[in-house]
Design a protein around this ligand. Structure first.
Ligand code: SDX
Length: 392
């Protein structure tokens, strides 16, 4: 309890769980990780430090961070046989399809870290998942572009390592641009955890049966892929590119308001935020900074800004309290860094693995934890007797 919040958010009866990791106030647009505001973490911390915070509840001391960071670094390689697993996918497979399959396959590799009742094994599984996601994500990208896999380098930071595995080629070293590395790390921080969203709830529900932790994360990846959830970052940039020029914005706003049209403004609206998503505010500022520093003039950013202005003035969006969410600006930055849109949700999954793993640990170690078992309101027929086929 802190003096800032009234503890009862008004939905105690429908809450799916108790959790101390992330606090969201959707009306005020507040997002805290273990009490720290997301904008302070995004501007001052690092993704690995936020990972430690979410897993352990406190910001690490220098020595605690070094020990944690070394342990993660030394788990970044994947079993060599996993690279053969990739060969089974078509080259044009969506990288998220590859992530679902490959991360699920990890559950067949690491039998020494699947006894969920053993704290040491839980810690090893957690560190392996956080450490290997960048390697697998980079492999998914390399496989899709037909380039050889690049091994991790322990001399690089977590985010630099990911960029090097993604963009380095045997013919020449990838020169890590600090602007890009800093923007990437900030994006990872902003996607790390977000309370009981659909994919986190999926991981918790799968984990509540005692399932293999690697398989639980694969379930979370599958859920995140949907365009209503993490898949919205890919859909939002595709939408902004389809709009093309600001003069076409009213046509798309009209479609989004038309109940008979399934089209929605991608990157807008949220189940919880009825105010600005604080992550969108940080990303909006970062989009301008990163494109300016990289000397990129992408008309998509102007279209995004104009769309935001027009939508926020539109009575439909005002009445329904629809604001830009985390997925609205992230794609502009990811595209400037050089990622294809098909990799956007993979990057979301890479970052959210920290939150999924932290939430899984919190659930698994809760003594009151039982298997998840949502109930339903039955709407089918009342009891009736069977009629043999010959009499029907
Ligand atoms: C993420 O839960 C999380 O925390 C998720 C996430 C995380 O970090 O894990 O924050 C990440 O998933 C962000 C959301 C990404 N999705 C999108 O940007 C896709 C576009 N947005 C929508 O599909 C929608 O806003 C949802 C799915 C996010 C929420 O949909 P809901 O549950 O219908 O939203 P709502 O109840 O707040 O909608 C209120 C009304 C509805 O109309 P009515 O039924 O009242 O007539 O607003 C409408 C909706 O139809 N509406 C939109 C809209 N979003 C909601 N209309 C047009 N365009 C939109 N984008």
């Amino acid at each position: 309890d802190t003096d800032m919040f009234t503890y009862d958010p008004g939905f105690t009866s429908t809450a799916s769980c108790e959790s101390g990791l992330t606090y969201i106030d959707g009306d005020a647009g507040i997002l805290l990780h273990r009490g720290y505001p997301i904008d302070q973490l995004a501007e001052q911390s690092s993704f690995m430090e936020v990972a430690y915070l979410l897993l352990n509840g406190e910001l690490p001391s220098k020595s605690e961070f070094e020990t944690f960071n070394t342990h993660i670094t030394r788990h970044t390689m994947v079993h060599e046989q996993l690279s053969t697993f990739f060969r089974g996918f078509r080259r044009d497979a969506h990288p998220m399809a590859i992530m679902c399959g490959v991360v699920g396959a990890l559950s067949s590799f690491y039998h020494d870290s699947t006894d969920i009742n053993d704290p040491k094994q839980r810690e090893i599984a957690s560190h392996r998942l956080i450490a290997k996601m960048p390697t697998i994500a980079a492999m998914a990208y390399k496989y899709s572009v037909g380039q050889p896999f690049v091994y991790p380098k322990n001399s690089l930071s977590y985010t630099e390592n990911f960029l090097n595995m993604t963009y380095s080629v045997p013919a020449e070293e990838y020169e890590i641009d600090p602007i890009i590395a800093s923007a990437m790390d900030k994006i990872f921080i902003l996607h790390a955890d977000h309370e009981q969203n659909a994919s986190t709830s999926t991981v918790r529900l799968a984990g509540s049966s005692g399932a293999n932790p690697f398989a639980c994360i694969a379930a979370g990846i599958a859920c995140l892929w949907g365009p209503a959830h993490g898949g919205a970052n890919e859909a939002a940039l595709n939408m902004l590119r389809e709009i093309g020029t600001p003069d076409r914005i009213p046509e798309f706003i009209a479609r989004a308001k038309n109940k008979d049209d399934p089209f929605r403004l991608m990157g807008f609206g949220h189940r919880v935020y009825k105010n600005f998503d604080p992550r969108a505010k940080v990303l909006s500022k970062a989009a301008t900074e990163v494109l300016d520093k990289l000397g990129i003039n992408d008309p998509v950013l102007d279209t995004a800004r104009e769309l935001e202005q027009l939508a926020l003035k539109d009575q439909y969006f005002i009445d329904k309290k629809l604001y830009p969410n985390v997925d609205f600006y992230s794609g502009v930055i990811l595209s400037a860094i050089g990622f294809p849109t098909t990799m956007f949700t993979v990057l979301f999954a890479l970052a959210r693995t920290v939150g999924w793993v932290a939430q899984w640990n919190e659930m698994i170690t809760d003594p009151a934890q039982k298997i998840g078992r949502p109930r339903q309101l039955y709407t089918g027929p009342t009891q009736r007797d069977y009629v043999p086929l010959g009499e029907r």
